[in-house]
Design a protein around this ligand. Structure first.
Ligand SMILES: [Zn+2]
Length: 196
């Protein structure tokens, strides 16, 4: 697809076109059709996905969480893991208190229900925390982890799974905690991967 810029830089169409993300890709004929979002009308950055629930593209989309009523993505993943960890710890403290109360006050249906409820929450949040920490360690999102074959940028030239974002466990955690920046597309392109 060839797109030419009008010579008049102040033409309304030209001004509008100049604000299109990845315009240089369009001009060089490198536009990647799978990365077009028809809902947001933009070219999605690498690893961004359109969330159908909040109806917008999310950078580094992980998943939608109904408990926080929001999507989890690149910017709020560390806070989400913190949320899961504190929920797990609070549940463990609650279980301990239930157990103590049970020993002091004797059998009670309310303490039993509380014990069971907190046990389920503690187990679930511990599993989710472990999964999130694992994915941070290997630099994958939940969406990528469960659909590795769906994304071309996670496949090598032979069609096998390959994670180009994996920089080693320490750098992966540093990237997860936003202490270092993610690899740019230019840096990833040096590996001659298909970034669509
Ligand atoms: Zn979108």
């Amino acid at each position: 697809m060839n797109i030419t810029r009008p010579s008049d830089r102040f033409h309304p169409g030209c001004l509008l076109l100049s604000k299109v993300d990845y315009l240089n890709y369009w001009e060089e004929g490198k536009i990647l059709l799978p990365r077009l979002c028809h809902e947001c009308h933009l070219v999605k950055p690498l690893r961004a996905k359109h969330c159908r629930i909040i109806n917008r593209c999310v950078s580094g989309f992980d998943h939608y969480c109904p408990f926080i009523y929001n999507s989890v993505g690149y910017r709020n993943r560390p806070y989400f893991v913190g949320f899961l960890t504190t929920m797990c710890l609070n549940s463990v403290v609650g279980i301990y208190l239930c157990w103590n109360w049970f020993n002091v006050m004797g059998r009670s249906i309310f303490i039993g229900i509380g014990f069971l409820f907190l046990s389920v929450i503690a187990t679930t949040s511990a599993m989710m925390t472990s999964l999130c920490v694992y994915m941070a360690a290997v630099n994958l999102t939940t969406a990528e982890c469960f659909k590795t074959t769906k994304y071309a940028y996670l496949l090598d030239h032979q069609g096998k799974f390959f994670n180009p974002f994996d920089r080693g466990i320490i750098l992966n955690f540093m990237e997860f905690l936003h202490t270092i920046k993610p690899l740019t597309e230019e840096e990833l392109k040096k590996a001659e991967l298909t970034l669509v």
